[in-house]
Design a protein around this ligand. Structure first.
Ligand code: F6R
Length: 364
């Protein structure tokens, strides 16, 4: 039931603080202030490499996880879209963990990739939202998201819950690899615990984002830029916009702009910049300024510090709360989802049932 919401997608965007809290509850031990995972019959501390495979939005959650696993746990990560993985005959060495991410747990390409990796001797972990799904049954380690049923074809709450689980997994992997002290683990648990409140703060910008949608709706093309773990969010923002509003959109790593895409820029191409303040901020801002110098109209999504520094001369800005890098992608997902949603509403498309798309893709 949609309740007071106009669309399931809108309802699911607004459910995120609750379902992320629900998901985190099964991974955070509040009293001990540690990250806990379900029982597994293998030694996570012995994992030498993680191979992540998924499709679409779930793949972008996996891309964020690659940054986290490498940065916090110093474990090397390979990542592929499922439709490419098997056919390139990947090198899968002993001691590898293969991680599959899927809302439905039934996506044909992802399932085929799982079976391929299993045959090749990898331990299999899955992050799925449907605990009775085929992928859940075939896994060595089941890491459920508790997003509840997702009805809107465009994935929103499943994505943020996947990120929550992957953040917990990154932290746990870092602990078992001896990369985090007890105090650092407690600190991470504290930040993760604050994620639902930060999501609520992000949702407070709903009306403001609705008001800027008419500025984006007439565009034929939109670019999204981000760096580090916000690069996959740029890809996700572009995917959301194209699938429900039918506006052509591309996500780029901000530093790639000058290697080609900047040729597209003129005053008719809005550029959405996803850039929390932090070590990468200055670099992204200089890419943003190169775009502005060519007439590009910027929507800057950052925190108060970032906006104070670079928010002038933008078409619009959206202020996010200042958060730890481990939860920033969850929080920044919200404005990106809301922007796609309101632009689609402004264009009058069928938000919950976009043309040509199915909720679960069970053919290769
Ligand atoms: C985008 C979207 C799709 C799915 C993809 C994978 O909004 O929903 O890109 O993310 O089809 O589906 P799952 O996660 O069920 O494997």
């Amino acid at each position: 039931e949609k309740g007071n919401y106009r669309h399931f997608m809108q309802k699911e965007i607004f459910e995120q603080p609750i379902v992320v809290a629900q998901t985190l509850r099964s991974y955070l031990r509040g009293v001990e202030r540690t990250v806990g995972l379900p029982q597994m019959d293998f030694d996570l501390s012995a994992v030498k490499r993680v191979t992540i495979v998924a499709c679409g939005t779930s793949f972008y959650a996996g891309m964020v996880a690659k940054y986290w696993f490498e940065q916090f746990a110093r474990v090397p990560v390979d990542i592929d879209v499922a439709s490419e993985f098997r056919y390139r005959d990947p090198v899968l060495e002993d001691g590898g963990l293969a991680l599959f991410i899927s809302q439905s747990g039934e996506t044909a390409d992802t399932l085929a990739a799982l079976r391929h990796a299993k045959k090749a001797g990898q331990k299999i972990a899955v992050v799925v939202n449907v605990p009775t799904s085929t992928m859940a049954r075939e896994a060595d380690l089941l890491l459920p998201t508790h997003a509840g049923p997702e009805i809107g074809v465009a994935s929103t709450k499943a994505f943020s819950c996947q990120l929550a689980v992957l953040a917990a997994l990154a932290a746990h992997l870092a602990v078992v690899k001896g990369r985090l002290t007890r105090a650092e683990e407690e600190e991470i648990v504290e930040h993760l615990t604050q994620a639902p409140a930060a999501l609520n703060a992000a949702l407070d910008h709903d009306e403001e984002i609705a008001a800027m949608a008419p500025l984006i709706a007439p565009a034929r093309d939109v670019l999204y830029l981000g760096r580090g773990p916000d690069y996959p969010l740029a890809l996700e923002g572009a995917l959301k916009l194209k699938e429900i509003s039918y506006i052509h959109a591309e996500g780029y790593a901000a530093g790639e702009m000058k290697h080609g895409p900047i040729a597209l820029i003129d005053e008719n191409v809005p550029v959405i910049v996803i850039a929390p303040s932090g070590p990468l901020f200055e670099k992204t801002v200089s890419n943003m300024q190169e775009t502005q110098a060519r007439g590009g109209k910027i929507v800057l999504i950052s925190d108060a510090e970032g906006l104070a520094e670079a928010g002038d001369n933008c078409l619009a800005t959206i202020e996010m709360p200042k958060v730890h890098p481990l939860i920033a992608p969850l929080v920044y997902a919200v404005p990106v989802q809301l922007l796609a949603y309101h632009v689609a509403v402004a264009k009058g498309t069928d938000v919950d049932q976009p043309r040509n798309l199915a909720k679960s893709v069970t053919v290769e």
